[in-house]
Design a protein around this ligand. Sequence first.
Ligand code: NDP
Length: 281
Amino acid sequence: TTPARYAVVGRPIAHSLSPRIHAAFARETGIALTYTAIEAAPEEFEAVLAAFVAEGGRGLNVTLPHKERAFALCAEATPRARAAGAANTLTWTGGGWHGDNTDGAGLVRDLTERRRHDLRGRRCLLLGAGGAARGVAPLLLDAGVSELIVVNRTAERADALCLALGEPARARARYWDDLDALGDFGMIVNATSLGREQSRVGLPFGLVAPGHCLAVDLSYGEAAVPFLAWARAAGCADAVDGLGMLVEQAAESFQRWHGVRPDTGPVYAALRARADALATA
Ligand code: NDP
């Protein structure tokens, strides 16, 4: 029998680590599958999905810039995908696509299980209101943060995100210009795609609650360097990049497709070693 087909679709996709992660999970669990990377422009997305199904494809991970489009074409979706209005995990049911969003669960699992942080009761600042921010916001509330303040360059998107969360007492949007007046936070999540531009943004150190603030950048590699450097300089107790989240969201997708939760430890350790070697090269 031919192995079941899976893939990640996005643009750009050449540097995606997902094929490597899913191949490692497959080896570890003894499940036969193929997992490739498919480049698709927005206008090609539906056609790429149709061709994938016609060739026997079973499931897709979806990344930038297609997550919202992916959600829109799902016949069914999980509550967390609906809350995000975005899907990163598509499963072909035979008659249509089922959509899930594993980003938020991946982030929370990395922080609470791998790094043993307790998120309960923390005042949380979420920078950004794009696809990734929408994926993680509902799961941060579920994880028990006391307050979620969302700040985004385009204020309307932060408003829309908070409205969709439906918890006006805990989740509120604020303006970027007001960052100085928001008090301090026990957790700061960078879900913008600022990357190298970050150094020009200048976040106030006063956002960091002395002694116990956890800083997280959802990106990894070069893109995470400026925010994490800021976080350390500002006195954050821990500064974490998005590599663990990436591995954990993949494990959530893998479990949905194959009914088995892989051990993420070895894959994470290998990717971490490689990322650290590149950073110090
Ligand atoms: P989107 O394009 O959907 O959103 C980008 C966000 O960044 C928006 O909030 C946007 O604000 C903001 N932004 C972009 N440029 C600037 C700027 N110059 N100044 C201020 N704000 C800016 O991207 P995603 O949400 O999908 O991804 C965001 C990040 O999260 C990326 O770095 C991505 O790699 C990472 N990610 C990591 C994952 C993981 O598993 N580790 C999973 C998913 C994403 P505006 O609304 O005003 O445009």
